[in-house]
Structures are given as structure tokens and as C-alpha cells.
Design a protein around this ligand. Sequence first.
Ligand code: DGY
Length: 328
Amino acid sequence: MTSERLSVVVTRRLPEAIEARMRELFAVEFNPGDKPMSREALADAMRRADVLVPTLTDRIDQGLLSQAGDRLKLIANYGAGVDHIDVATARARGILVANTPGVLAEDTADMAMALILAVTRRIPEGLAVMQAGDWEGWSPMALLGGRIRGRTLGILGMGRVGQALARRARCFGMEVQYHNRRRLHRQIEAEHEARYWESLDQMVAHVDILSINCPHTPSTFHLMNARRLKLMRPDAVIVNTSRGEVIDENALTRMLRAGEIAGAGLDVFEQGARANPRLRTLPNVVLLPHMGSATREARREMGEKVLINIQTFADGHRPPDLVVPGMA
Ligand code: DGY
């Protein structure tokens, strides 16, 4: 296949340099308004294009894939997570799926660390005092948080982001523990000075801070359900920079309100942009609008990965970041 006339539809605005390069390489349609495309518009794009470049705001399910035209051969996702794409159905229809792993991990781990600090050191509460002009000066007992050094951090999902977080946590003097589908190689475990828990229940009951870093798959949906959340200590904090669906958000909200969990730092929510409104009213909760990977550098590198995936495919090879069903 030649890249000359490969027709590519991109569903959201991307960095200018990436869009410019795509324009040079492909017959590309962009979405200058940057509004998530309707289902009808997506279906139409999938009937016409050779390559679709969606993001996590596009749900590419079985229904949409069944309407895809014969031309559609590659879904080159702009993003690492692919839980919005029915990868198995795509592959069954001969459509490859690629993603952009590796270039978001450090930034996402920074954000997880930022949330850990924000919740345990009550940074938003301090900011609110300052912004309201209410600060009357230093006081020994004002806005006391908890010391980070010596705390036990449980990392649920020890992939790229989990390991990047472990490195940061060690620098802050935290004790790192983790649970993962597969235990890490002993040498990597030793590098992180991380203790493996085969039982998630046992780890959850043990840690001061729990960070969610596993992808959302059918087997991780509500992994932190009401029963597991109840195993957490009442003085523990939970942080999520992965996907909202891993936590039962309503159960978490109830427990935060009841003081059964001390705090939460959430960058992602079960219903996408619709966070449980009750979370907004809680002083022990820090909410962010899914900005874990939102750096100019990550967005550019994600775009470069998309370009490489499409161009490699156009040159007749397997895209380097091919996603295989059940891999995520
Ligand atoms: C991804 O790429 O899946 C990330 O969640 C975006 O921040």
C-alpha cells in the first residue's frame, strides 16, 4: 500500500506540528472544532477512511465496527488506553489497532505523585484559604496533613506508570508495595525495593495510600468494589490516574462521606466527564479533569507514535504499537 493517498480521519484536534506532518503524508480530514464526533459522524468516517485516528472520547464498539467499510484497515489510537475500542471485533474484521504506549508514563506518574501530595498535605484547602483572602497568619495547628516519608504506598498495576510512580515514591521515602497480574522479575522488584502481594485484598488492607495504575479491562472493572474499599483502613487515601471504571465510584463516594476512607485524589471517573457531583463537595477529595498525561511533550510524542504507526502500516509492515486482543 502506498502512503500517498491513504485516507485518514482524525477525530480530535492534535498538536499543530503533528497535524502539519499528517497533512504532508496523508489525505487527512481533521476535526477543527474539536468536539467529540457523533456516532453517526464516526460511522461515516469509518465507512470512508483507510485509517481512523480516534481518542479515548470515541467509543468504537461492535455496532460501529459492523458498519466499517472494507477500506478501513487501521485504527491508530491517539492514546495508550484502548478500553474504548472493541479490539477483538476489530481484529476479527481484519482491522488492526495500534496505540501510543510508553510516552505518557512519566507524566502520569508525576500526576499520581502530585495527587498523593495534594490530598495528604491538603494543598487545595490551603489554596482555597489564600484565594479567599482568609489567611490570618501561621498557626501551629492549621491545616495539618500527614507526613509522606515512611508511608506505605500500594500500587495496583505495576506496568510503566506503576513503576515510574514507584521510582518517585522511593525518592519521597515511601515504602512501595504492589499487586500485579504477574509478579515482576525479582531484579526489577529489587530495583524498586517493592514488595509483591499476590492477594490484592491483603495489600489493600495494609497500605496507607493506594494508587490505581492498571488498565480498565473486563477483569479490572470495579476491581476496587465496595467490599474491597471496605478493606482499606479509615486513615488511608486512594488515588486514581488510570481509568474511573476500576473503582466503584458510588461506593467510594459513600465511604468518603462517611469518613471510612480518609481521602481521594481522582483524575479519572467512571462516567468519563461526569464525576459523581457529591465528590465535589468533599474537602478530603482532589478532583482533576483527566490531565495525567497533559503535557505538551507527551501530546507531541503521542502524535509522533501515531504517525509512525500509520506510516509503517502504509509501507506494508506491522505498526510497532500493535494492540492484540486481551493484551491491555
Ligand atoms: C491514555 O492515553 O489512555 C491516557 O489515559 C490519556 O491521558
